[in-house]
Write a protein of this length. Structure first.
Length: 102
């Protein structure tokens, strides 16, 4: 299982545009084979900051995701709206250790 948290800082004037674009990416990604979770979170005390919690079954599923039309459109659309480059951080799942819960 591949877990990545993507941290995004959006320019204040582009927050609503970003939300619309990330919702479209979420809709496409959630239906992909190999996608387990794709949560989009907005920071409570700073509405310009977002985190995308991505869980895929395999490296192959991640690679295929990055080739989809909805991902490429999102990536290209939001690039100029970011106050700084987005950061994707990979994590290792410790719990739940029972893979049947994934």
């Amino acid at each position: 299982m591949i877990v990545t948290c993507v941290h995004v800082n959006v320019k204040p004037e582009k927050v609503e545009d970003f939300i619309k674009a990330v919702r479209a990416n979420h809709a496409g990604t959630s239906g992909e084979p190999g996608n387990i979770r794709f949560d989009v979170l907005q920071q409570a005390d700073d509405p310009c900051r977002f985190m995308v919690y991505e869980v895929f079954e395999s490296e192959e599923a991640v690679r295929l995701h990055k080739e989809t039309h909805h991902y490429l459109k999102w990536r290209d659309t939001v690039q100029e709206w970011m106050a700084e480059p987005r950061r994707g951080i990979r994590y290792t799942v410790l719990e739940p250790s029972d893979r049947s819960l994934w």
